[in-house]
Each structure stands twice: as C-alpha cells, then as structure tokens.
Design a protein around this ligand. Structure first.
Ligand code: NAG
Ligand code: CA
Length: 486
C-alpha cells in the first residue's frame, strides 16, 4: 500500500516538474513599485552636481541638404551585387569585418547545459523504474507464496471441516484484495512511468539531434550567404547619396586610416541615411559585457531570412570607438526608436549627439530634443524631482560597464556601481532614466523580485513607461546632421 502511494506521488511529481518549466511569476497589480532609477543620498554622502557637459559638435556640416535628384547616375552600380566570401559569428576569421552570424552558437551552449540536467534526471528515473520493477517482482513472488499457502490451508481446512472456516474467509478476502491490487494497479502504474520515460527519451533524442546539427554548423566558421552591396561609403548617409536606397547591411569606411566594417543602414525611416549603432529586439544577445567588449562592439549585424540579402538587423552594439569616431567627424543627430509589447511605437531624436574618445571615458553630449518618447538624456526622469531627477540625467556622463565604474554614484566606492546593478553598459549617472542596454525581459512588466539586484535593470525608458516596464525593442541610429531633412 505504502509503495502504491509512493508510486502515485512519484508520477505526480514527474508531471508537475514539466509544468514548472513554464510557470511565470506575474507582477501583482497592487504592487506600488517606486522608481529605483536613482540612488538617493544617505546623509553621509552627497550628490555632486554634474560638471557642465562638453558641448556637442555643431555648426557647419560636411553635408549640404540632399540634392533633389538623388542617384540617377549611380543606380546601375547600386543594383549589381557581389557575393563576398566572408567569415563571422562563432569564430571570426576577420574581426574587423564585424560580427555576423545567426545566434545558433549561443543557443548551443544553452542547450548543452539543459541536456546535462535532463540526462541526470532520466538516469535517475531509469534507476527508479528498475527498482520498482524489482520490488514488484518481489511482491509477485510473495503473493505467489501466499497463494500456495492459501491452497495448502484450504486443503487442510477441507480436511478439518469448519474449524478454521472463519479464519480462512478472512484470509481469502485479504488475498483477493492484494492479488487484485498487484495484478491491475501496479502494472498500470509501471506502464505510466514507462510512458513518461519514453517521452523523456524522445525529448532527449530531439535535443541531441539539434545539438549535433548545431555542432556541425559551428565546427567551421559560420559563413555569410548574403551578398554585401557594391555601393559603399563613409557611413550610411554617404551610401544613400551614392544610390544605396534599400535598408540592409553595408560595408562602411569612415576614414582611410580605419579598416572598413559592416553596419546596418536604415534607408527608409525619416528619409533614410541612418547608421545603426545599437539594436535590441529579441534578447538574443547578452548586453551585460565588459569595457573592452563595449569598446570593440559585439552582437550580430544582420541576417538573411531568405530574401537573398542581409535585410534584417540583429542585436548589436557597434562599439564605442566606432561610435565616437563617427560622431566626431562632424555634427551628428541620433534617432532612438522604441516599441512596447502591444506594438506601440515612440521615438526620441536629438539633433546633436557626440561621443568623446576613450581617453575621456566616451563622454556623451546631446542637444536639441524632439519626439514622442520623452527626453531622458537631457532632462532625466520626469517622475522625480529636484536632485533625485538631476541624478538621472545622462548628458555629460562617461560610459560605465560592470568592470569600469565611471558613474556618479559615490565615485571610488567599488560597491556602488550602476552598471553592475542595472545590467548593461551605458552613460550612467546615479543612475539612469533610460537603460537601453539593460536586461531583456519577456512581456514588459517586471518586478523587483525578478531583477538580479532588485533594481530596474530592464530595457527602460522612464519618461515613456516608467522603471518597471522593459521594452520589446529599441534601436539607436545616427546620421550626419545636415538640417532641413525633415
Ligand atoms: C529623493 O528621494 C528620496 C527617497 O526616494 C526621498 O526621501 C527624498 O525626499 C527625495 N528628494 C526630493 C528632493 O524629492
Ligand atoms: Ca560608482
């Protein structure tokens, strides 16, 4: 009987484990979560107001307004495309060519981790089942012996008349019950267990097949199958003026001292010519990275989903050195577009956007906001007042990563690091009103309990959605400012 109960419990727990994988903690509606974006002074420390930000580069642009007849003489050049052999992704034959690969390789390591867990669970399950089979065999033997004893007793009782009649009846009843249990319940429970085991085996089979295919894929460097357009330029505006009018991946070379690299160009939004420097859309790339990684850039530039060219941007950070160099060539504007989980879109534009070089910590300076998302970079979080708001302004800040603390939250105290708590590299103050490189949360609202350090480490734009809503998508694109384009 005890064994039966154990069996049922076991089957139940196997089933409930499967459901556990999908259970999600939903934020309760009554939760009043205050903004965690700032770190108010404790009394001992004081917040030292921002130094004035270096003015962003403005004034005469290298670019005049767009000529009204764009690209009639260069269209033939733009339309011929050339397949360029290339290697990127898991192993880069040539890092300077940029990163370009489906995220299969990151997927692989995740699957391998899961595979180990499932394997242990199944081998334990195997042991349990064989143990059960054995113990049920023992019980079969016991019942068999019982049956024999019963027959023997019956013979004796027949000989002895009704002397032990009463006792025999009892024994008969018990025997029937036990035999019934053994014959029906036990085998059916074992069948259920065997079914569970089989379905787990099937799942492992599938995982193994997936892993094998990923392994072969990652054995050799992933090759990019989509062609790189022949038309190239200093950046995407240059390419647009040379006739590159489709949004896709291009090769750019901002100046002749730098190697050319790949980048995604948006040629349709607000008249096109935008060089994408940051993109989040599905959480496929980890943005919790070191200083060196943010300096060099990381992620996947673009991919081909069957149209024959790299028209879909991946998640990436172009790299602080490249961003700085592009914005210091002349007056530059930035557009930050974002989407929530219901599909609503807003944008923030700054007509001035300059990032200084590494020696000064990639100081950010922006100016002249317009848009629908709310101005976080210059104004800080609207929901905060006084110093609490000032300490969320990003303009004038240096870049910080979890291994390089340049923020304004008690400089010098290594336990007070915005980047470590808020998930990504950014121009943190003390700490943020926007956090585009934060952790990717599925679905939008998230809570303190879900965050690694209890802080608002999601993809946050406070002046649109507050601290506790993580956006579905956000991107940053820059363009030489030439005025009057809109
Ligand atoms: C700043 O925030 C702290 C805690 O959230 C609060 O106690 C303080 O009064 C705020 N300061 C201002 C000026 O609102
Ligand atoms: Ca700090």
């Amino acid at each position: 009987m005890k064994l039966l109960l154990l069996l049922c419990l076991f089957v139940y727990s196997v089933h409930s484990q499967e459901y556990d994988d999908y259970s999600v903690v939903l934020p309760t509606s009554g939760d009043a979560l205050g903004p965690r974006a700032h770190r108010p002074s404790s009394g001992f420390d004081r917040y030292s107001p921002n130094q004035p930000a270096p003015p962003p580069i403005s004034g005469g642009s290298r670019y005049r307004g767009r000529p009204s007849t764009t690209s009639t003489d260069v269209t033939t050049e733009a339309q011929t495309k050339e397949v360029q052999p290339d290697a990127g992704g898991c192993t880069h034959l040539s890092e300077r060519m940029g990163v370009l690969c489906p995220t299969g390789c990151e997927l692989k390591s995740t699957i391998l981790k899961q595979e180990r867990n499932v394997k242990t669970a199944v081998s334990k399950l195997k042991d349990d089942v064989s143990e059960l089979s054995q113990s049920s065999n023992t019980i079969y033997r016991y019942v068999d012996g019982l049956s024999n004893a019963f027959r023997e007793r019956q013979r004796v009782s027949n000989e002895n008349g009704n002397v032990v009649g009463q006792y025999t009846n009892d024994l008969e009843g018990q025997h029937a019950f036990v035999k019934d249990t053994i014959d029906t319940t036990f085998p059916s429970n074992i069948r259920v267990l065997q079914g569970v085991l089989q379905s787990l085996r099937d799942k492992i089979q599938k995982l193994e097949t997936a892993i094998m295919s990923q392994r072969t894929k990652c054995d050799k460097p992933c090759t990019v199958s989509c062609p790189i357009p022949v038309v190239s330029g200093k950046e995407c505006e240059d390419i647009f003026r040379r006739g590159g009018d489709s949004s896709e991946m291009y090769l750019i070379q901002p100046d002749s001292f730098f190697q050319p690299y790949k980048v995604y160009c948006d040629m349709t939004t607000e008249k096109g010519g935008w060089t994408m420097i940051q993109n989040r859309q599905d959480g496929s790339v980890d943005f919790g990275r070191r200083w060196d990684s943010y300096r060099a850039g990381f992620g996947n530039i673009a991919s081909d989903t069957g149209k024959g060219f790299c028209h879909t941007p991946g998640e990436y950070w172009l790299g602080n050195d490249r961003i700085s160099q592009l914005t210091k060539m002349g007056p530059t504007e930035v557009i930050i577009e974002m989407t929530d989980w219901s599909g609503a879109k807003v944008q923030a534009m700054y007509q001035q956007f300059t990032v200084q070089g590494e020696s000064t910590g990639y100081v950010l300076s922006v100016g002249r906001y317009s848009g629908t998302a709310g101005d976080t970079l210059l104004q800080g979080a609207n929901e905060l007042v006084g110093e609490n708001r000032t300490m969320t302004i990003h303009n004038g800040m240096m870049f910080s990563t979890y291994d390089r603390d340049n923020d304004k939250w008690i400089p010098g105290d290594s336990s007070k690091q915005c980047s470590r708590e808020d998930g990504g590299g950014w121009w943190y103050n003390r700490c943020h009103s926007s956090n585009p490189n934060g952790r990717y949360y599925w679905g939008g609202p998230y809570t303190k309990d879900m965050a690694k350090h209890g802080t608002d480490d999601g993809i946050v734009w406070m002046n649109w959605k507050g601290s506790w809503y993580s956006l579905k998508a956000i991107s940053m694109k820059i363009r030489p400012f030439f005025g009057g384009a809109r």
